[in-house]
Design a protein around this ligand. Structure first.
Ligand SMILES: [Zn+2]
Length: 138
């Protein structure tokens, strides 16, 4: 099955490449939510971020950090950022290749991230199982 991000990596599909490094690359999102919306993509094909090798995961965050620093120095008006990652159908993932959105924000730009409902927070407050899971994981 073809993967759109692997096709971009392999230069089979066009993209505006911002950065291209050993473990990941950054491209302009072709459906930007704001001006300068960038996707950071690991070069290795991996559908889910949680299954990605640690080196690629760290490289993604390092690249996102570089991008936010460069955007702050650019002519683009930027008051802040959202870093956004989706995983799986329940998480809203649309492309089956892990990727991190870097979304520049401007104060009062009218964009709302409303994917988490209040009921989630109410359940999370009551959820002691997560505490147990996390201590087992560590
Ligand atoms: Zn892929």
């Amino acid at each position: 099955m073809s993967c759109p991000f692997c096709d971009i990596r392999d230069q089979k599909e066009p993209a505006f490449v911002i950065l291209d490094e050993e473990h990941c690359m950054a491209i302009l999102d072709n459906k930007p939510k704001t001006e300068g919306h960038i996707l950071v993509i690991p070069k290795i094909h991996c559908e889910h971020f949680s299954e990605l090798d640690e080196q690629s995961a760290v490289a993604m965050m390092q690249m996102a950090s570089k991008i936010t620093k460069k955007l702050k120095l650019s002519e683009l008006t930027t008051d802040g950022f959202n870093l956004f990652l989706t995983e799986g159908k329940a998480g809203g993932q649309q492309v089956p290749h892990a990727h991190l959105h870097v979304i520049p924000r401007v104060l009062h730009d009218g964009i709302r991230l409303s994917c988490l409902k209040k009921s989630f927070y109410q359940r999370a407050k009551k959820n002691r199982g997560f505490d147990r899971f996390w201590s087992d994981y560590e």
